[in-house]
Design a protein around this ligand. Sequence first.
Ligand code: AMP
Ligand code: GLY
Length: 423
Amino acid sequence: MNIFIIGNGAREHSFAYAIAKSNHDVRIFSCNSNAGLSTISTNLTLDISDFNALKKLIIDKSIDMVLVGPESPLIDGITDLILNDQSLSNVKVIGPTKKGAQLEGSKEFAKEFMNKYKIPTASYRSFDASNINEAISFIKMNNPPYVLKADGPAAGKGVIIVDNEDEAIKNLEDMLLKSKFGKSSEKVVIEEFLDGIEMSCFVLFDGKNYKILPYAKDYKKIHEGDKGLNTGGMGSVSPVSFLDSKLKNRIKTEVIEPTIYGLLNEEINYVGFIFIGLINVNGQPKVIEYNVRMGDPETQVVLPRIKNDFVDILTACCNQTLDKINLEFDSQYLVNVVLASKGYPESYQKGYEITGLGDVRDSIVFHAGTVLENDKVLSNGGRVLSIVSKGKTMDEALNKSYENIDKINFSGKTYRRDIGFDL
Ligand code: AMP
Ligand code: GLY
């Protein structure tokens, strides 16, 4: 079987790693790959937005399955293009159609969906430039902190949380009147601030049956103690220690089941991962956001906990036979500490040689922003590597990652020493 992975970060490297361990005879293809992904897959050059080029590649390489890592191609409709093309009728895609991807692509769509199917979330109203005065009155009527969200995708930067009323109104005006996030902020959702601890829930849905994957927690802020700017994620852990069976049951019945029911009821063609960002508000799980893909840096700790052959799972997902799969999870702790470039998530330098990768013992190194040049691995992005380890306790796993991090060096290496600090 030939599997083509779209995306080139650490999430996709961990997909490839899990597929490469399969007992099935599988060939993995990837495009524009980092130095890690390209060692375990055939690396092709492709502009993902060029559908004709993608189609040619799928045909030329006899691709059986396309596994889509990031959200943008899904929001842009890559799945619809493949499914609607007669000459690609045998190709399976893991990733929802454009309509399903709206759950991530439009905050307003996601909010309306949650309200319709009574899925607990923050109360909200949405506004555009035509009713900005109402939006301003709405802010004035409410209490801080104010949560403002650009409706459309904004590379993780579209959520603004401020304590000051004037600052909230200034941000609102920048979004609605000055295109702060381009077209994505033509509409703004203003919602209730939820106070609690966050966690990530992952569901794999074959269009009929679903499976809940291991829960994880990610650490989004750049600085220790969850301070500073939001990043793509500086680390992750799984399992999540505070998640007891009572809370898991509530998530299943109050969030996952109505989500699946909603997708079926709306006749949305959804085959793929559903990533539900949750917050635990005094025992009540509430949805912060939907994503229509796996999380990064969570995938790096979720997949290594799944004992089943990953290709069996993906195949069952494509064949609508997930109900036949009995998922088994490793009960040990998996942790991921991300190494980033100095300056990230703002401007940073790249092109620095990374040394010591060969000295790593008892951890897996998933590559994100790296590139292979003249047999040297160079940094090539904001988030550079994910150092993933397993242990009987979270501390044991963390110690392994931190010991290996001491061996890996590149100019400006930046990481958090407190992953898991709140658990
Ligand atoms: P999102 O892009 O919707 O996941 O939001 C990014 C981050 O903003 C989330 O991970 C939360 O930490 C925070 N956030 C979003 N919505 C809320 C809310 N209603 N209350 C509190 N924090 C929020
Ligand atoms: N871990 C957050 C995300 O993947 O969006």
